[in-house]
Design a protein around this ligand. Sequence first.
Ligand code: NAP
Length: 310
Amino acid sequence: MADVIIIGAGPAGLSAAIYVQRAGKQALVLEAMTFGGQIVNTPEVENYPGIRNISGFDFAMALYEQATGLGAELVFDRAVKLEELPAGSGEEDGKTIKRVTTAGGAVYEAPAVILATGAKNRKLGVDREQELTGAGVSYCATCDGAFYKGKAVAVNGGGNTALEDAAFLANYCSKVYVIHRREGFRGEPQMLTALKEKENVEFVLNATVTKLIGEPKLSAVEVTDKITGGKREIEVEGLFIAIGQEPENKDFANVVLLDPLGYIKAGEDCMTGTSGVFTAGDCRTKAVRQLTTAASDGAIAALAACSYIG
Ligand code: NAP
């Protein structure tokens, strides 16, 4: 039995594990996919204080090594159920036991749980999106970009991920179309300015992708102008969808409150309202979802969990 079960091994979960171990408690981290969360898909991190430049993968690896080096246990299995056992069924001081069941059928129990489940890529919702994923449609430029060397591709989105992906792809693709549904960008002005300077980048604004064309692989996308309603086909072999993330917290809605978008309701103290259950990172309600705020949440949730355990 661990002291704290941490669900999710992204920057928030691994930061929490580091703080739990350093507080002299035992952390068990459950991860459904791979450690590092979304940051592994980021080519370069340049806004983490104290580190001028690092690849997302190297950052994730360093976090993993730090957490496991301090003794945190990491198990690759998806947590699918969280239960709060009735008071009096084990733990002293009136603290309830939390039981976590995994997809692999394992059952873990601890007095405290930190939900650090992050978020997953939002889907565009156009026909054949699923079918063409891996055949031209991708959600990860750093993972799949190399397949499109010398080819024309499109990036859909207007946030930092889309801008970063477009800049990365422009280094070796013949042409990069940035398709965004409005004129203004959510991403950092500095990144946008740098992208505008690249000769092989073309912006297609006030436009949405309405059709994926090509058999058996993507060969073009149809975009619809939101103002005029006009349609246009753009020949591309790759479409990188970077339109934000969505949380995946439904499995825990019996124990914590979710907002209408599915984020776990919690303030900056990372308290969920259920005693002994904390939350950290992109999966919770918050204004700023960044690496720095995920790490900060990890520390806050871990220290709160350790203080709760006593
Ligand atoms: P994001 O900031 O939420 O941006 C999503 C973009 O997709 C927005 O431009 C949005 O348009 C557009 N969009 C959303 N739904 C859409 C739909 N159904 N169809 C078409 N377009 C749609 O997401 P993100 O870029 O993945 O970034 C997530 C968080 O990570 C942000 O806080 C970001 O700053 C952070 N991040 C930071 C870095 C970095 O600092 N190096 C790198 C990557 C990400 P509207 O603008 O019109 O809503």
